[in-house]
Design a protein around this ligand. Structure first.
Ligand code: PSV
Ligand code: MN
Ligand code: MN
Length: 388
């Protein structure tokens, strides 16, 4: 009999993780962007690649767009193109970090013309969401300063709140705004939305349709991220995750690669807080594949999230509760570690086969010939990249 109970399997069956369109484009560091054979040249090719991830895993039913990187003339037709491939268009990400006008800020800018331009960009993103059927507008801001005294941090917060109010007012009834935070980079002295508390303060005053996006890579080393997850769930303001791994800063590596135990602890709090398979809490990847192939990189990523979810679901909650109540520190800790150390991969492979999926999605994709096909087909044109 499988170590995964029917109850656990039916929970896993409902799991969906959104893929970022930019994961399929070329990326690198500020030193070099690497090119790869077969890299998509337009949004449709990115969506086709994302659909491959879903085909082999049944775990990735939607793709996030980034505007203007994924700008097209006809979003309704992009939507039907995606739906024909079995995926939905998901979160729309705004971009106020690549325009010369935003050198000194966008939604926080002291020049009303530039601030209005940044607000208008977000309103355009909401128009796109109307056409794509997307629910979420995700805002990550690169704004801040490099030197003490460079800016008045206080008035920037006031302008930010006002800009967000104008954007929020344009959301439809079923739409949401998620505000991402990041403790540094590209600004090094102060960042206008550096932490969950600042994001929370803004979204709480905006209203019900606004919540926080937690990117796992956007914290200082040693931060107890699962505590933040717990707190935001407790406050009803955890809107979404951007999953990825980091060793040092915002590395955007494959989720679960650097610290699988941290991913386990995060998902444990998601389960505890009722955030699993809860439409209010979107699971997304925010990753780049600089040196590895992008499609298998994304397949590996969603499988990592699934494996850690399965392990988190294995924790014996009743026994854990009893151990906690009786202050049995070592027993409580052992219950977590037993679940974490359980290898769920054979049981998941077996279950996948029972659902008509390949037992090993990585091997099935490699054997499919798709990678060779796109390398042969996608010759000429400009490869998409993180940023273009
Ligand atoms: C930049 O840090 C970043 O990685 C943020 O996490 C955003 O979510 C992402 O880029 C896409 O804009
Ligand atoms: Mn992110
Ligand atoms: Mn990031």
């Amino acid at each position: 009999m499988s170590i995964l109970t029917p109850e656990i399997l039916s929970t896993l069956e409902k799991q969906g993780i959104e893929l970022p369109s930019w994961a399929f484009g070329n990326s690198g560091t500020r030193f070099r962007v690497w090119t790869t054979e077969g890299t998509p040249r337009d949004p449709r090719e990115k969506i086709a690649d994302a659909a491959q991830v879903n085909k082999y895993t049944a775990l990735a039913p939607s793709v996030a767009l980034h505007i203007p990187w994924d700008k097209v003339d006809d979003y309704a037709s992009l939507r039907s193109y995606a739906e024909d491939l079995g995926v939905q268009l998901g979160t729309v990400n705004s971009n106020t970090f690549q325009d010369e006008d935003y050198k000194w800020g966008a939604l926080t800018h002291h020049d009303p013309r530039i601030r209005q331009k940044a607000i208008d960009h977000h309103l355009e993103c909401i128009d796109i969401m109307d056409a794509t059927g997307s629910r979420d507008l995700k805002i990550w801001l690169a704004e801040g300063s490099n030197y003490p005294g460079q800016n008045d941090m206080r008035s920037r917060q006031d302008r930010l709140q006002n800009s967000l109010q104008q954007i929020y007012a344009r959301l439809g009834d079923e739409q949401r705004l998620v505000l991402e935070y990041k403790f540094f980079e590209p600004s090094f002295y102060h960042t206008d939305v550096p932490d969950w508390g600042t994001s929370y303060a803004h979204v709480a005053s905006l209203g019900e349709k606004a919540s926080v996006c937690l990117d796992t890579g956007h914290h200082a080393p040693g931060t107890n991220i699962e505590f933040i997850v717990m707190q935001l769930l407790r406050l009803g303001k955890l809107g979404s995750f951007d999953f990825n791994s980091r060793f040092y800063a915002d590395d955007d590596l494959i989720v679960g690669a650097a610290d699988p135990f941290q991913l386990f602890r995060i998902i444990l709090e998601v389960v505890r807080g009722g955030g699993l398979n809860n439409p209010d809490v979107a699971f997304m990847l925010d990753q780049c594949h600089n040196v590895e192939d992008k499609i298998p990189g994304q397949i590996r990523s969603v499988l990592n999230v699934q494996e850690m979810t399965a392990r988190a679901l294995l924790v014996d909650r009743t026994a854990l509760d009893a151990a906690q109540q009786s202050n049995d520190v070592l027993a409580a800790n052992a219950l977590l570690m037993d679940a974490f150390y359980t290898d769920v991969r054979p049981a998941l492979a077996e279950w996948r086969e029972s659902r008509g999926l390949a037992a090993d999605p990585m091997a099935a994709y490699a054997a499919s010939g798709y990678q060779q096909q796109i390398a042969a087909d996608r010759v000429g044109g400009t490869q998409a990249g993180w940023g273009a």
